[in-house]
Each structure stands twice: as structure tokens, then as C-alpha cells.
Design a protein around this ligand. Structure first.
Ligand code: ZN
Length: 81
């Protein structure tokens, strides 16, 4: 998926490109306050409209720098780390 590829590339090169807005909820499901989504063209325009069940997060980031890896929802870019 090109959106994930773009996010992976961005994270390899520098800080995670987060959106400014804090996420209120994830498709109606509770989200820890202060979480944000990685900027990008995701399947859903924002976590609040995401229909992903959230069970299939993916880790992105540099393989050799685990502290810089983040767990995101592949459908909206929500950072679930
Ligand atoms: Zn999502």
C-alpha cells in the first residue's frame, strides 16, 4: 500500500510526521488522550471515521532503532504505540 510505504519512508528519514490534531476516538472506540495520527493518505480520512477493528496494527520505523518504531493502524495512521 503506497500510503504505508510513504509513512515508512518518512519515518526512516526523520521524525514521525504527525498531524496536529489530537485523536478523539478510533471509529467510536476509546483512544488514550493525546494520541495523534501519522499524516498521510489513508483508507479513512481520520481515525474518528476509521472502520478498522484495530486488531491488525503494523510496526513502522527503522529496524535498527526500535525506540523510533511506532505501531499504527494501517487504515487511518493512528499511532497506537
Ligand atoms: Zn484506524
Amino acid at each position: 500500500m503506497t500510503t504505508i510505504a510513504a509513512a515508512v519512508t518518512a519515518i526512516q528519514c526523520g521524525p514521525v510526521p504527525y498531524r496536529d490534531e489530537f485523536v478523539v476516538h478510533h471509529g467510536g472506540a476509546y483512544v488514550v488522550p493525546g494520541r495523534r495520527a501519522v499524516a498521510g493518505e489513508w483508507l479513512y480520512p481520520c481515525p474518528e471515521q476509521c472502520q478498522d477493528d484495530g486488531l491488525l496494527g503494523i510496526w513502522i520505523g527503522p529496524d535498527d532503532e526500535p525506540e523510533r518504531q511506532v505501531l499504527i493502524c494501517p487504515s487511518c495512521g493512528l499511532d497506537c504505540t
